[in-house]
Design a protein around this ligand. Sequence first.
Ligand SMILES: Nc1ncnc2c1ncn2[C@@H]1O[C@H](COP(=O)(O)OP(=O)(O)OP(=O)(O)O)[C@@H](O)[C@H]1O
Ligand SMILES: [Mg+2]
Length: 257
Amino acid sequence: MQHFSGGVRQFCCQHTLEDTTTCMEHHRNDVFAPIDIDHVMERVAGGNETEVYRSDDHRFVVKLKGELGSRDAAKLADARSMQQAARRFAACLGPRHAIPTYFVLSRDSEGFVHALAIQPYLANARVLASIDWKTIDVAQRRQIGRDLRHIIARAVGCLFRTGHLPDLYGRVSASAAERKRRKQLRYLAERIWSFLVKRTILHSQNLMLTAEQPPRLVLIDYDEVRRSPLYRVIYFLTRLILFGRDLIVIWWRLERG
Ligand SMILES: Nc1ncnc2c1ncn2[C@@H]1O[C@H](COP(=O)(O)OP(=O)(O)OP(=O)(O)O)[C@@H](O)[C@H]1O
Ligand SMILES: [Mg+2]
């Protein structure tokens, strides 16, 4: 196993019309060869385990798992199972709330093979966690509430039909170092508190509101829980209870009145 190093970094500052400066982080690595001709991509986000890069033409994102590089053919089996999960969850949620995910195997500059997930880039879309609800009008808030209830119902249907549950929540960390730090035992209580109390579905990092007219609420993370059967049963049961809590939160914050 090999941790993806991300290749050479370049920080390019651009002056916009409003005379502000935006800085983008570019990464050069041969792993991007299947999608980008100069092998340089812009990092747009880092989630829980994944680094997310955008193609130069802003049409696609490439998702790269930090710790899943390897030299062996087992990568192909990994990619197939990730593809199967992505297809399953997309089918469960239906086309209105899903986007396609494609997988390719690619070798990085150090010779390690990675499974890249490729999706359309949702330009100007916002994760639910970043939405300032005061800026959303009542009708749209109600529509988002309806969509969220629909997505939860579909996710629960998926669990009972297939035994798999899409992650409608997700987490975010600023860097690989922060990610590693938060996995330490002394942060366990904080993580449990965050999982059970703080992070309702309105704090989701995996559901994005698109900039289309009318906007769509779509799932962008199609990974499945890769843990032991016992962990999965406990996790899914807890999630079912938390869905109940979230239906109340949705009604209270988005649909009441
Ligand atoms: N298709 C997309 N278009 C635009 N932005 C995206 C897209 N996919 C992901 N992002 C951004 O990248 C972030 C992380 O993506 P994602 O949820 O797939 O990774 P992750 O949470 O690290 O995955 P995992 O939990 O499996 O480690 C999202 O919260 C979102 O801000
Ligand atoms: Mg995520």
